[in-house]
Design a protein around this ligand. Structure first.
Ligand code: M6R
Length: 619
């Protein structure tokens, strides 16, 4: 969950590291620190509790100079957020520092062992055992060979860890290593300078040529390149990937928050998601990187979707798409449940992960479980080169561009769009989707970016959502209702509200309201209904009546031209009329904007909500 940035080159390292950390602050923001080698063989360390701003101020008050360094922004696991627990952690004589993303599961045993060997601990973190272990090996068994000491230390760790090591005795290099599913380690190639980062946006300003570390791999990085090895010391050949993201895609631009920017760029991101996927001549969908043969697609008996959070709700929409268009039974499971319930998986099944980051630890573990059972594994994933893309038999990149806001928005609409593409694809390969029907849906899909743009432009041009936030920001509880394909949208809308505005919100299938939640309805508990005119519209209207009959207030996501619902509810969040299959993708957007404006009105930190991190790489 933490963010790491390293630099070796010919420029001042600190500004490059601080800028990179700012791009990674979404991964953790309870403390931050950096270490830079000075020209006299010393390591200058600055660490501060709280947000990155505190570290920036500390560095401006006490500057560090040098062209080799490493930085870290933390999401606390072991030990509270404080200066002493902030990374980097140093060896006893301060000549070696380590930053880590991950968890050392056997840290208590290792700590006791190191204490018996004479090491004194100055923090509560698990990371400190890593630096002492490296120091111990460096001075004993490895006889001054840093690479060997890092390797030996890593082999003592249990649990996932990504680390970067800097040593005053080896001032021309950084050593980066990855053990398990600890989140990404990206090595960036510049001219006479090299970068290390947990995620691409941190270094996108400097280079687009990158390589990724897999589990049990390390890189010795100097200004002129990187040497890759596995943890047994065997050299590895690595190919570079070119990242096509525009560097400004990872900047806020004129927007106040990343979340706001990412909501309002969904017209563009959906264009990218669909780019080169729709073949109008053959009325087909192109998903080459899925690597699924028509024969294999026909033999599938079941598809299981595994995901967490917002990606899980996208999976629920996908269930509707795939069962309807491909006539394939779909189960959607929380990855954290699937991995521990000894699931029934077999070779005639496909297990599909949905993950923006491609690094969510539970999702990767669920994929591992599926692979062990012999299933065909695939991922709908946004982060290029991430673990989910690399460990699966096939993948579909969301092509949404970097998503920085902790609250996921454009990745949700990109992944639901990809699920619709997948449903058409499977329907065609399995011979159950009529050509005229696929042609109709493909034509409808091509309208999606325009419809999204229209909806978002309308929202930008008036004060509707700010006024709603003014009216509703003091309420403590909300109920969100949806039915059929819009039930997952209700759940996603509720998640958005709770995670950034800290208002309690429940997403419920509308038909279930009378089986319990109706008891909660009164004037203090507004209900948000997702009620476009579809085949269950009349039933949604009767839910509205039931809420109104109990003095409840109703806010409706409804078609812009639906005057009937407008007369019944307290407020309408309009969406354009579109094909029923596209409506969930559009209907979530007003709920994203509503949650955003509510959080802003309540003075919450929209991009860095409390206790959350963007990439959940620990259990
Ligand atoms: O990167 P992933 O899609 O695997 O992340 C899954 C969840 O952690 C994520 O969607 C989370 O729920 C977001 N904060 C939701 O806005």
């Amino acid at each position: 969950m933490c963010g790491i940035v390293g630099y070796v080159g010919n420029q001042e390292a600190a500004p490059i590291i601080l800028h990179g950390l700012r791009q990674l602050e979404y991964r953790g923001y309870d403390s931050a620190g950096l270490a830079v080698l000075d020209g006299d063989g010393g390591v200058q360390v600055r660490r501060e509790a709280g947000k990155l701003l505190n570290l920036e101020q500390a560095v401006s008050q006490a500057p560090v100079t040098g062209a080799v360094g490493v930085g870290h922004t933390r999401w606390a696991t072991h030990g509270p957020p404080s200066q002493r627990n902030a990374h980097p952690h140093s060896s006893p004589d301060g000549d070696l520092v380590v930053v880590q993303n991950g968890i050392v599961e056997n840290f208590l045993d290792l700590r006791q062992e190191l204490e018996r060997a004479g090491y004194t601990f100055r923090s509560d973190t698990d990371t400190e055992v890593i630096v002492h272990l490296i120091d111990q090996h460096y001075h004993n068994g490895s006889a001054g060979d840093l690479e060997d000491a890092v390797r030996k230390a890593l082999l003592r760790l249990k649990g996932p860890s990504a680390i970067v090591v800097l040593s005053a005795h080896h001032p021309d290099r950084l050593i980066a290593a990855r053990l398990g599913n600890a989140g990404g380690v990206t090595i960036g190639f510049g001219r006479g300078e090299m970068f290390v980062a947990s995620d691409i946006p941190a270094i996108l300003r400097h280079t687009r040529q990158v390589a990724f570390l897999d589990n049990r791999q390390m890189a010795v990085v100097t200004a002129h390149g990187a040497v890759f090895k596995d943890l047994d010391g065997r050299p590895l050949a690595k190919e570079c990937t070119r990242i096509d993201w525009n560097p400004t895609a990872a900047e806020k631009g004129e927007f106040r928050h990343f979340m706001q920017k990412e909501i309002f760029e969904q017209g563009r991101s959906l264009t990218d998601t669909l780019r080169s996927r729709l073949d109008f001549q053959r009325n087909a969908v192109v998903l080459d990187s899925l690597n699924l043969t028509p024969d294999h697609a026909r033999r599938l008996t079941k598809l299981t979707i595994v995901a967490c959070g917002t990606s899980y709700y996208a999976g629920l929409v996908g269930k509707y798409y795939i069962e309807r268009l491909a006539r394939l039974p779909v189960e959607v499971d929380y990855a954290s449940e699937f991995r521990y319930r000894q699931p029934l998986v077999a070779s005639d099944q496909m297990v599909l992960a949905i993950t923006q980051s491609g690094e969510t630890v539970d999702t990767l573990a669920a994929l591992e479980e599926a692979r062990t059972g012999g299933a065909f594994t695939a991922a709908i994933v946004n982060a290029i080169g991430s673990q989910a893309a690399r460990v699966t038999d096939g993948h579909i990149y969301m092509q949404a561009g970097p998503e920085i806001g902790v609250a996921s928005t454009k990745a949700f609409t990109a992944s639901t769009t990809d699920l619709l593409l997948l449903a058409i694809y499977l329907g065609q390969q399995r011979g159950v989707l009529a050509e005229a029907e696929s042609a109709r849906i493909i034509r409808a899909l091509s309208m999606l970016p325009g419809l999204a743009g229209e909806l978002l432009e309308d929202a930008l041009q008036n004060d509707r959502y700010r006024e709603l936030a003014e009216r509703y920001h003091t309420f403590y509880n909300f109920l969100y209702l949806g039915r059929g394909i819009h039930y997952p949208i209700a759940r996603e809308g509720a998640l958005k509200l709770k995670e950034i505005s800290y208002i309690h919100a429940e997403g419920y299938p509308a038909g279930e309201m009378k089986h319990g939640p109706i008891a909660l309805i009164d004037a203090t508990m507004p209900t948000v209904v997702v009620a476009p005119r579809d085949h269950v519209y009349d039933k949604m209207i009767s839910q509205v009546e039931q809420v109104k009959a109990r003095s409840g207030q109703v806010l409706a996501v409804a078609h812009a031209n639906d005057e009937a619902i407008r007369a019944k509810v307290d407020a309408v969040m309009p969406i354009p009329v579109a094909d029923e299959l596209l409506t969930p993708i559009l209907a979530v957007m007003p709920l994203q904007i509503f949650a955003y404006e509510m959080a802003v009105r309540r003075g919450a930190d929209v991009d860095q909500p409390r206790n959350l991190a963007k990439s959940v790489t620990v259990e």
